[in-house]
Design a protein around this ligand. Structure first.
Ligand code: DCP
Length: 697
């Protein structure tokens, strides 16, 4: 549940930076001949040309959508270039995209506190930088304002017909009588424009940005004018922005809470929330959430930008749709081993590069049973303390699977071993490592840490009670010790969690004890060996640096001809100079800068990110009375599936944690069993209403 945080009394300047069609840009940088052409990145599953996961803006103009498969995209845009996501270990390899995201983060972090929110999104707290600018070089005295800043969209700025939009922006930035908050935002406009140009020069990626007084508003604004543009929300325009915004579009309201607001309270837009007192909302949703809801209706959001440049968790997953479903324990074990190997590599790399350690291993599974007696039952997710070493992670993940399977198929169904098919199918597997915390600085404490972890695990073979205790010990400081739900499942497997058996430790070396048992030894405890951690790491680093140096030399070559354009002051000029033939981005940009056109383009752009739920809600209302609750839910799922045109089995589970939060919310809402709505109030609340050009903002 969301928690209300008091908004700091001093004004803040927060930016949300969102990369444009990110995976496409990464692929276009690798193949510059694709720049400016209709391009899409497709998933590794090649069925019907593969599912599209990122679509260039040039392709979007032809009606290509992320929900399509490659073949459909070819139908609407025969000249489209489809690039397959890189594959490793038989699954999508996102490392190239993650690294590209890190390049951007490292540039953005130069001007303020930076929080990496997903694979392609970042929040920045620019308050200090803006205050400094205001004190030292206030924008109202600036004679020359950068072109890119002048192209900003300032919500509520009156761009009457015929007026020069850039001139209006210049005047807004120059206002001497503006209040302190708007003056800070004016600084934010200049800083963000400069940062975006810097990102473009150093990485060749364009991004869009929202600039406002808090994270919530900045995030809403960044998607409004894409690609390669920035949108500002002055305080006076907040209510206009929120009033007709569909409630489910708000961060944290895409799931159960948003659904309850619609179903139980008849709230379809953020503006609808204004009718409820804080007490009423607290009565219904508890003190914290009630206050949080009351606040967001008024654009108040005190959430701080966390200084976090690294991901909160690591995951590796794979889907097995349709006939590819895994039907034997040995097939599951094979794939779990692959996934754990990748996870282990990433953990080692994180440990080595960032000195961070993960504490919890979680297994998520999607499954079906062919004896359909209890089709609603989900395969339970299971967690346990994470032990470093590929073989250990593989073993623990497999044990978690066995424990989950027993619960899923019932006590007597668990006899399926080896290659024996026993009436279930696994359509998705993912392992993740979470509760990642920095190791206290200094090798000595790292060594102690591992020693402690090792001895904790020695006791974990004894009983579920010990497991519970271990979890408490292993929890990062200040974190809740363990999720109770996960304990019973582990109890079932207690005899199988045998830390002594590991011999194939890809990450940490083991040494044989005299009694024949194997003892964990951290590479950090073993002077001289440094273990496979380093070997893995060196291998990875060699690969990365090979890629990197290849990129750098290509980049240097290109830079000579393309990037040495010191006089270029805008993204438009930049692309014109570096790709005269691929003018479509420039055209798109030109078009979107033109007032009304801009809003229409926004509507389409935003719609493609998640239109279907908002539209669907209206269909739900119209048809609600005709359905029994059971078939209703089934139909809704079907309908939602069609509207979203995304097969749940095809969403790569390993990427979900890294995707933008609204997509995560959407997936979450989709996976949750739905209540039957009984009092939804029908309102004109589609996303297209929100972006309607006639709307006052
Ligand atoms: N992604 C994915 N699977 C999905 C959705 C997205 O793998 N179902 C990946 C590909 C995207 C990246 O995440 O490039 C970022 O997602 P966004 O929603 O930010 O979309 P884009 O960056 O592609 O486009 P936009 O310019 O609309 O933000």
């Amino acid at each position: 549940m969301p928690v209300a945080k008091p908004e700091s009394c001093d004004s803040r300047v927060i930016a949300h930076i969102d990369m444009d069609c990110f995976y496409v840009q990464v692929e276009q940088r690798k193949q510059p001949q694709l720049r400016g052409l209709p391009t899409a990145v497709v998933q590794y599953n090649e069925w019907k040309g593969g599912a599209l996961i990122a679509v260039s803006y040039e392709a979007r103009k032809f009606g290509v959508k992320r929900s399509m498969r490659g073949e459909e995209a070819k139908e609407v845009c025969p000249q489209i270039h489809l690039v397959q996501v890189p594959v490793a270990r038989g699954k999508a390899d996102l490392n190239g995209y993650r690294n590209a995201g890190s390049e951007v983060v490292s540039i953005l972090a130069r001007r303020g506190r930076c929080e990496r929110a997903s694979i392609d999104e970042v929040y920045l707290d620019l308050t200090d930088a803006a205050e400094t600018m205001l004190a030292e070089a206030p924008p109202q005295h600036l004679e020359a304002i950068d072109e890119e800043a002048l192209k900003s969209h300032i919500l509520g700025l009156n761009n009457e017909d015929g007026s020069d939009v850039k001139e209006n922006v210049r005047n807004w930035i120059h206002r001497c009588n503006a209040d302190h908050r708007d003056k800070l935002l004016a600084c934010g406009i200049l800083i963000v424009a400069e940062l975006r140009m810097q990102v473009l020069k150093e990485t060749e990626f364009t991004c869009s940005a929202g600039i406002a007084h808090n994270k919530m508003l900045a995030k809403l604004a960044s998607g409004m004018n894409k690609p390669a543009q920035q949108t500002v929300v002055p305080f006076s325009s907040v209510q206009g922005l929120l009033n007709s915004l569909p409630i489910r579009k708000m961060k944290q309201l895409g799931g159960k809470l948003g659904m309850s607001l619609q179903i139980d309270m008849g709230v379809n837009t953020v503006g609808d929330l204004l009718q409820f007192s804080e007490e009423k909302l607290q009565e219904r949703y508890g003190l914290n959430t009630g206050t949080w809801l009351w606040n967001i209706a008024r654009g108040i959001n005190g959430e701080a930008v966390e200084g976090r440049l690294l991901p909160k968790s690591h995951g590796s997953g794979k889907t097995f749709p349709g006939p590819r479903a895994l039907k034997t324990v040995s097939a599951v074990q094979h794939w779990l081993n692959q996934l754990c190997e990748e996870l282990s590599e990433r953990l080692c790399s994180d440990l080595d590069q960032n000195k961070r350690i993960a504490h919890t291993l979680t297994l998520h599974v999607r499954a079906y049973k062919s004896s359909d007696s209890d089709s609603q039952k989900k395969f339970p997710s299971k967690s346990c303390p994470l032990r470093y070493g590929t073989a250990k992670i593989q073993e623990d993940a497999f044990n978690l699977f066995q424990a989950g399977l027993r619960e899923y198929i019932g006590l007597y169904g668990g006899k399926s071993e080896g290659s024996h098919y026993s009436g279930w199918g696994i359509t998705s597997l993912s392992v993740s490592a979470s509760k990642i915390v920095p190791i206290p600085s200094g090798t000595c404490s790292i060594a102690k840490y591992f020693h402690w972890q090792t001895s904790s695990h020695f006791s974990s073979i004894q009983s579920p009670e010990n497991l519970r205790m271990d979890a408490t010990h292993l929890s990062p400081p200040g974190e809740e010790s363990w999720i109770e739900d996960t304990i019973p499942g582990l109890g079932l497997q207690e005899q199988k969690i045998n830390v002594w058996k590991d011999e194939d430790l890809a990450c940490f070396p083991s040494k044989k004890k005299e009694d024949g048992l194997t003892e964990d030894t951290s590479p950090l405890l073993l002077s001289g060996t440094q273990g496979c951690l380093e070997q893995n790491q060196n291998k990875q680093q060699r690969e990365f640096s090979k890629d990197e140096s290849r990129f750098k030399s290509e980049y240097r070559e290109q830079k000579g001809t393309r990037l040495n354009n010191k006089g270029t002051s805008s993204i438009l000029k930049f692309f014109k100079s570096c790709n005269p033939s691929g003018a479509s981005l420039s055209q798109e940009h030109d078009k979107t800068v033109q007032g009304t056109d801009a809003q229409l383009t926004n509507g389409a752009g935003f719609q493609s990110r998640g239109h279907s739920l908002a539209e669907l809600n209206e269909v739900e209302v119209a048809e609600e009375n005709e359905r029994s609750s059971c078939s209703y839910i089934r139909d809704q799922d079907e309908r939602r599936r069609e509207a979203w045109s995304y097969n749940i089995d095809e969403i790569d589970p390993s990427v979900i944690d890294e995707l933008p939060t609204e997509i995560q919310d959407e997936i979450q809402a989709w996976l949750q069993p739905r209540k039957r709505p009984n009092n939804i109030v029908k309102r004109g609340s589609t996303i297209s209403h929100y972006f309607s050009p006639t709307k006052k903002s």
